[in-house]
Design a protein around this ligand. Sequence first.
Ligand SMILES: [Zn+2]
Length: 304
Amino acid sequence: MTTLLLPLLTFTLPAPASLSGAVSLLLLHLSWTSLVLSHHPLTLELVLILLVRGVFFLAPALALSALQAAGALAAPARRRPRGRPRKDGAVAPWVVVGKVVANLVAGALVQAAVEWVCTEALSVRSAVRVAVVWPGVFDLLAGVVAAVVAREVVQYVVHSQLLHPPHSSTRLSRLHQAGSHALAPTALLSHYDHPLPYLLLHFLPTYLPALVLRPHLLTFLLFLAVVSLFEALQLSSLRGLPAPFLDALLDAKEEHWITGGTRAFADLAILDWLAGTPGRRPASSYSPRKRVDSMRRKSKLLLS
Ligand SMILES: [Zn+2]
């Protein structure tokens, strides 16, 4: 484990100011090379996926959930329509955290298991390439964009057709409603669900693009980091972020929960827009400016 952690630390710790960019890059490359050469590719993939999920989803989601619980961020639950199933208060926070961690671990283990079956049992190549040579910057960015778009398609199909079927409920859709849609939303809720709908909605849309695109492990980890960070933000009520389109995307995801899953099925809202299921609220009911002001007022009250 030490041989895994030491090279990882060189990725996370800032390089001394005296080191030039080229030397820092060389050190990073040496650390990556030693990681790849000294560990089984599946071990490396599993550990790094869990690390990325922990850093880019679990840590920010816990912090944002704590702010929501303290009242520093507005709670979407207050706008929830009446008559929908609701269990807030019936599930202890530590149970929510435990279930989220279990789902994150389950997703990583299922990926490692599928990769093991591919490489060891079927003797075919793995979906994610673990290689010493880094991907080029263009390959890295193009790979992330392609994976995000492919994920959008799989996510839309799974979420709108399997977890919220348009005509009648199924056992699977009821599991999703009773899991993800039953609690008052917090930043953690993105990964709170029954394991079966969870794997369909979170494992499949990230793994299927990898099967098709066969990205470098570093490309896959960057894709996973972007996705995880968005998932931590989507039910956090945090608004006024630097990217102006982010507020609209986060509103749409919040709307999915508020409407009980009748619209806004995918994160980028492209297929929702094409299919006529966008998650936009009427313009009169939402003002990003007002929401930021309200958040600031609440923060001041909390600090005073
Ligand atoms: Zn849903």
